[in-house]
Design a protein around this ligand. Structure first.
Ligand SMILES: [Zn+2]
Length: 294
């Protein structure tokens, strides 16, 4: 039986909370989203990005209704729904999950109650079904294996494609109609060491391969909503791939010199990566992720 503190620690590990939220947690010992503000940024004619706490949300205004990508935390559902209704008064029809992590799916149930159907890769459904604490109302009811196109009236549609074993084993990238905008989910952390969830089917080489495959389909004008971080471009994403490749090589070379894992952590990566470290994925955690596959 997990103690309350263990549960909070578990929640912290699974939810990529910000440093500010961490401070609040330490003080009040329970998650609070009261102070979180949902901000909307227009990305293209039909696409908006919402930020609050947890993974970035994409909103797509179709001809007959609205689709959203990811849902952040249940405690924010009212605020997120209010922000969406300021963008469009069309009915919310679809909620696509980029993957199963809590900071992207915790709000699912509240949007189902507001009329949305939840769409996700089939591995997202099986992982959420296996989570006894997940509100079953929010389980995906439309799942796909490789690719799926969902129409939202007229010419408006969402296209989603599964990329196996990268950040998790259920990652999807979503293309919003012909807006030249995509939602990359957690295959994209902007200028931070990424979380590669090795316990949920994630894989470093797969992460490199998958991101490279998506980038190959983009042009210089494509706008990318990342899982975490500001609205970005292909060049920004390429920087992440380069970082993964170069830091893996740095670690491999230290291993070749005969350094132990602890000695590699002690020596660290070269200084150029100092700014990539952050609360959830520190340089040490990133090095240990890389080491697991070397
Ligand atoms: Zn994630």
């Amino acid at each position: 039986m997990a103690t309350r503190m263990q549960k909070i620690q578990q929640w912290l590990r699974s939810s990529l909370v910000t440093a500010a939220a961490l401070v609040t947690l330490t003080v009040s010992a329970q998650p609070t989203m009261d102070d979180v503000e949902i901000k909307a940024t227009q990305v293209s004619e039909r696409v908006f990005m919402l930020t609050g706490a947890g993974g970035n949300i994409g909103v797509y205004v179709g001809d007959n209704g609205v689709a959203m990508v990811d849902a952040q935390y249940a405690a924010l559902t009212d605020k997120i729904a209010a922000a969406i209704s300021e963008i469009s008064d069309k009915p919310l029809q679809l909620l696509v999950n980029t993957h199963y992590h809590r900071d992207h799916v915790d709000g699912n149930a509240g949007f189902v109650e507001r009329g949305a159907k939840v769409v996700a890769h089939e591995n997202v459904l099986s992982r959420l079904q296996a989570d006894a604490e997940f509100n079953t109302t929010g389980l995906p009811t439309i799942t796909f294996d490789n690719e799926l196109v969902l129409k939202i009236g007229g010419d408006s549609q969402l296209f989603m494609r599964h990329y196996a074993t990268g950040h998790t084993d259920g990652d999807a990238v979503i293309w919003f109609g012909d807006e030249n905008v995509i939602h990359a989910g957690d295959m994209f952390f902007v200028d931070r060491f990424p979380f590669i969830d090795l316990n949920s089917g994630g894989n470093v080489q797969g992460f490199i391969d998958n991101v490279s495959a998506v980038i190959a389909e983009l042009d210089d004008e494509t706008k990318i909503i990342p899982g975490h971080g500001p609205l970005s471009t292909k060049q920004d994403w390429q920087r992440l791939v380069s970082m993964v490749i170069i830091t893996r090589e740095e670690v491999r070379l230290m291993q070749t010199e005969g350094l132990s894992a602890d000695e590699i952590v002690e020596r660290g990566l070269s200084d150029q990566w100092d700014s990539w470290t952050w609360g959830f994925i520190t340089e040490e955690r990133w090095i240990r992720t890389l080491l697991q596959e070397l």
